[in-house]
Design a binder for this molecule. Structure first.
Ligand SMILES: [Cu+2]
Length: 139
């Protein structure tokens, strides 16, 4: 039942955005619910592009900044570093997940509420700006 619910939420927030130059599809976007005392959280999504594109930056009115990060296993230790941009191959998909690339939403201006969705702006080199709604989920 829980899995079914997650799938439904994912589908509801599947966003299809068309553009004259490029088509970007963003699916399964979510922000991790954390205790209200935490001011930084992580975000995940799947990005598809029908032509080669690059995600240059992100922002959201709910936070001071949104950074692209990459988690890596190095010498048996999980570490993460910031990435300044993310290439998406033509007709390719890049998945941001807890194990790899992810978003750090830094300096939250208010505690995130479960079930609520917050707007986020993505800036692509080719497709331009794309605004999405990202729901908060407790995984
Ligand atoms: Cu990170």
């Amino acid at each position: 039942m829980k899995i079914l619910h997650k799938t439904l939420v994912g589908c509801l927030f599947l966003l299809i955005t068309s553009h004259a130059l490029a088509e970007i599809k963003i699916s399964h976007a979510w922000l991790r619910l954390l205790p209200p005392t935490m001011t930084t959280t992580a975000g995940y999504m799947t990005i598809y592009s029908d032509q080669a594109d690059t995600l240059l930056s992100l922002s959201s009115p709910i936070a001071n900044s949104v950074e692209l990060h990459q988690s890596k296993m190095e010498d048996g230790m999980m570490s993460m570093s910031s990435v300044d941009k993310l290439a998406i191959p033509a007709k390719g998909t890049v998945t941001l997940s807890p194990q790899g690339y992810h978003l750090m939403v830094i300096g939250l201006k208010q505690p995130l509420k479960k079930g609520q969705a917050y707007s986020m702006l993505l800036r692509f080199e080719q497709a331009g700006e794309i605004s999405i709604l990202v729901p908060v989920e407790a995984h």
